[in-house]
Design a protein around this ligand. Structure first.
Ligand code: ZN
Length: 144
């Protein structure tokens, strides 16, 4: 737990701040049982948007890197290219978020707590980006 990063998301977005960092894969324990190896690191960039005339404050999160996933066919590790680019709308309450999601099922939102753990957010986004059933790309699995 060496690399803490906590922000106030509403202020971060309003001020158009950004944060860019490399993170060791080994420092994200929730990824452990999905990975063949926790070597290496990923890079992320979080940018606040929506100051001024914009109606909603958002955070744009981009994550790049390579993870070693476990192929469910041969149980060997293979390199998975991580490429996340998502925009999270900041709601001020659960009710506000629920109303937005009702209006737009594709809305990806987040209730803005005064202290947002950025690395936890990055870890969540990576977990969602992993394939449900990891496998070597077609034609590259030794078990085929
Ligand atoms: Zn395989």
């Amino acid at each position: 737990m060496s690399e803490q990063a906590v922000i106030d998301p509403l202020r971060f977005a309003r001020d158009g701040e950004s944060l860019e960092r490399s993170v060791a894969v080994a420092s994200m324990p929730r990824l452990d049982d999905r990975l063949a190896s926790t070597d290496g690191e990923i890079r992320f960039r979080l940018a606040g948007q929506g100051g001024g005339a914009a109606k909603r404050l958002t955070l744009r999160l981009r994550i790049e890197g390579e993870l070693s996933l476990i192929c469910q066919r041969c149980l060997e590790g293979y390199a998975f290219r991580l490429d996340v680019d998502e925009t999270l709308v900041l709601a001020r309450s659960e009710a506000e978020l629920a109303a937005w999601e009702d209006a737009d099922p594709l809305c990806e939102g987040l209730v803005a707590e005064p202290q947002l753990d950025v690395l936890g957010l990055v870890e969540d986004a990576i977990l969602l980006a992993l394939p449900m059933v990891p496998r070597h790309p077609e034609g590259e699995c030794p078990a085929e």
